[in-house]
Design a protein around this ligand. Structure first.
Ligand code: BGC
Length: 753
């Protein structure tokens, strides 16, 4: 290596976001008046949830506040309750320190946006920023000042249910969207804004690599992989000024992340330059006991010394650190530093200026689930759908005749939002059936049959649907009714897939096909010979091998939030043209997992994907590539890519190269297209991916319109971490690729000096 080399650090670029002499003075003054126990209280973050059931005055949470034993809480719903707890903190305690109030505001608050994985398929940072901004506006109106979002863990294993909560498999796209979330939630003047809230980037780190896709499992990988494939989104969020980071449940190099000093201090603080608050995940200090690493007291010592500031739920910091300090196992300086970070967070939120800043009941009455927010959510949802297949232009559907909507998700009000929407009110959301009926008015008839349960087996279904159960019916009878409805209709829209809680936390699967009962329903409907559209609900990439071979049109709508019904109707009937593109590869078989497009080159590449080659890197019974590649998604129109040109054959050291490609809308609809640019390093210090995304542009073209899309490639895009973890690039030959997805690209070669 390397033309431009700097030791593995982005910190040089990071300004001091929080450096503020006035804040430092204020906090020092406050801390001078605090006892050790009061400082430890600030480090304690219990879950409110069920604790606040009766009158707040008598609840244990209020009592802990009065005794100054907590720095904040999370999972309390409703501004009146929160205001009352805040009142206790600032009016009934000596120090009058306001509380931080957290919540998992993951994809909206009352107005619900699509799940994050779906949002990423918009490839549209503006849309992501806008959704986060609305979520912040609503949450802040209801007492919340801190969200445990965004989740930026790269995820490449569809068995892992939490793949639904992130931005997919690619670090470049993940980094762009991580920044957009931070900007949207925090705005640019958090202290003086009532409508923005603090972020908490999670889960640090590598949680997305949970072994075998089983949640809470270990994540074990080389430094090379960490630096090149997983780190960019965390770095980007930190650079964007994220106020907090949450450590992850998994171990890193054998040590639970919560107590991993290399991870939390050497990497996050010293190398990435993170200056905000570091909080644990839910009881993860307590879980170090079950990890078999340390009982609570020692775990608390290890977590604090590793760099953790705030203890979510375990109570270990509050209850054991005083004794550990006496025993010399922790220092007062480290406790002070952690306490200072909690107080700084409150300062940056403007809570010392006005502790009731986020507690304005009049805002909660007016600013939640507004018509304006819902219209935005509907528009945004339509950008996240991915059209996987559309034989003979079957979609959009015409508003005519008799349309059979069939499937357990067709009329399932409580299952439209996907995981993490404990703050929303599903009874106020429309169903798909209502959305389709409203869209066709009296021009067509929409008839509905449930068709099947989620699973045949009742117990399996109970686990899968969690807190959002669907009314079960008799398996045989449901199918018969559906076939009857289908027989009397002109076209079938099959609304099937996963139910809401089959993805998200603690929702791992080993069979990633559409659940059995629905698969059989789909087969029976297909056998009728009627035209059929598959409207796919899912929180993860599924194995759609059978569906892609047998169903003519497949529209993946993920979980699209509170406006699902209308948004799906908008796209189904062509009011909006779909433009989403996959951010995770859809596999052909669960056996391929983990699967992602940016595979590192092996010494034995698969020469012929259609046949098994012994002693090459391939399978006897399956191709290597996915069924639907990363970046893939169709439109109702067609786009033609002209020949790519480069401004030069050589990129001089420190210089740039322009990559141009003409794109023409050759079909019958005005529509958006996402043009993608990938590179490949021909020879490098370490084996490198076959291609890596380095740029994309979302463009809008009217029918017949052409545009030349230009990307400016800089040497920054060529850099990676080499075997010595030095960041730079190797001068020499590179390939640049442009196309509508990661598979269908054209390639040119250039040299970098
Ligand atoms: C999850 C986090 C979440 C936290 C608080 C944990 O179980 O892993 O993502 O923020 O709970 O609800």
């Amino acid at each position: 290596m390397s033309a431009i080399t700097c030791m593995c650090s982005a910190s040089a670029q990071i300004g001091n976001h929080f450096g503020n002499a006035e804040m430092d003075r204020f906090i020092s003054g406050l801390m001078n008046r605090m006892t050790l126990q009061e400082k430890l209280g600030q480090l304690n973050l219990p879950s409110g949830g069920d604790l606040v059931t009766g009158p707040v005055q008598c609840s244990p949470l209020a009592e802990s506040i009065r005794l100054q034993k907590i720095g904040g809480f999370f999972n309390v719903l409703g501004v009146e309750k929160i205001r009352e707890l805040q009142r206790v903190a600032v009016e009934e305690t000596e120090l009058k320190i306001p509380l931080v109030v957290g919540m998992d505001v993951i994809h909206g608050y009352k107005t619900v946006f699509p799940i994050p994985l779906a949002m990423s398929c918009s490839w549209d940072p503006e849309v992501v920023e806008r959704a986060a901004e609305i979520a912040a506006a609503e949450a802040s109106a209801d007492g919340i000042c801190w969200t445990f979002s965004p989740m930026v863990d790269i995820a490449r294993d569809a068995r892992w249910g939490r793949i639904a909560e992130g931005n997919g498999e690619d670090p470049y796209l993940g980094a762009v969207l991580a920044e957009a979330y931070v900007r949207g939630y925090q705005g640019d003047d958090l202290r003086n804004s009532e409508r923005h809230i603090m972020t908490c980037v999670k889960h640090f780190a590598f949680y997305g690599a949970s072994e075998s896709g089983r949640d809470y499992n270990i994540a074990d990988m080389s430094r090379i992989r960490m630096y090149n494939e997983y780190m960019a989104p965390y770095r980007a969020a930190v650079r964007a000024g994220a106020g907090a980071v949450m450590s992850s449940f998994n171990t890193v190099d054998g040590v639970p992340a919560t107590a991993n000093r290399w991870l939390l201090t050497d990497l996050l603080r010293d190398e990435m330059g993170f200056e905000g608050l570091l909080v644990t995940d839910y009881n993860s200090i307590g879980e170090m006991d079950t990890h078999g690493v340390a009982p609570l007291k020692e775990a608390s010592v290890r977590a604090l010394n590793a760099g953790t500031d705030m203890d979510m739920v375990s109570g270990g910091f509050l209850n054991t650190l005083e004794e550990s300090l006496r025993e010399g196992k922790v220092t007062e300086a480290r406790i002070d530093e952690a306490c200072r970070r909690v107080l700084e967070m409150k300062y940056r939120l403007g809570l010392f200026d006005d502790p009731y800043k986020y507690c304005r009941p009049e805002r909660a009455r007016k600013e939640l689930f507004t018509e304006e927010h819902r219209a935005e959510a509907r528009r945004i949802a339509t950008e996240t759908f991915v059209l996987l297949k559309n034989d003979d232009g079957m979609l959009p559907l015409k508003r005519q005749g008799r349309i059979a909507l069939i499937g357990p998700l067709g009329d399932a009000r409580n299952n439209m939002c996907g995981m993490w929407c404990s703050t929303c009110d599903p009874e106020r959301h429309g169903t798909l059936l209502e959305g389709l009926r409203a869209a066709v008015g009296n021009q067509a008839e929409v008839v509905y049959a449930k068709g099947s349960n989620i699973y045949y087996d009742e117990q399996l279904e109970r686990g899968a649907v969690g807190t959002r159960p669907l009314q079960r019916g008799d398996n045989r009878q449901l199918l018969e009714e559906a076939l009857q409805v289908a027989a009397e209709s002109d076209v079938i829209v099959a609304a099937v897939g996963e139910s809401s809680e089959m993805s998200g936390e603690s929702a791992s699967r080993t069979d990633i096909r559409i659940p059995d009962a629905q698969r059989d329903l789909l087969k029976a409907l297909q056998a009728t010979g009627k035209p059929i559209v598959l409207l796919l609900f899912t929180g993860r990439p599924l194995d759609l091998t059978w569906e892609s071979a047998n169903i003519p049109a497949i529209l993946n709508v993920w979980f699209a939030g509170s406006e699902t019904g209308d948004a799906v109707a908008d796209v189904l009937f062509g009011r909006v043209v779909p433009s989403g593109k996959l951010t995770t590869t859809f596999p052909r078989s669960v056996g391929q997992l983990p699967l992602y497009y940016s595979q590192v080159r092996t010494g034995r590449p698969d020469g012929n994907p259609d046949a098994f080659d012994r002693f090459q890197s391939n399978y006897i019974d399956c191709r290597n590539d996915g069924l639907y590649p990363f970046g893939y998604g169709l439109s109702y129109t067609t786009f033609e890519y002209g020949e790519m040109t480069l401004s030069a054959e050589t990129m001089p050291e420190g210089g740039t190269l322009e990559v141009r490609v003409p794109v023409t809308n050759t079909g019958a609809y005005d529509a958006a297209e996402i043009v993608q640019l990938y590179i490949h390093d021909r020879y490098a210090d370490i084996a490198r991916p076959v291609k890596e995304l380095k740029g994309f542009q979302r463009i809008f073209l009217k029918r017949g319109e052409s545009r030349e899309v230009t990307f400016t490639l800089t040497s920054e895009a060529l850099k990676y971490y080499n075997s010595q973890l030095e960041y730079g690039y190797d001068p020499g030959e590179f390939q640049v690729m442009v196309g509508p997805n990661s598979r269908d690209v054209q390639t040119k070669t250039f040299r970098a000096e």
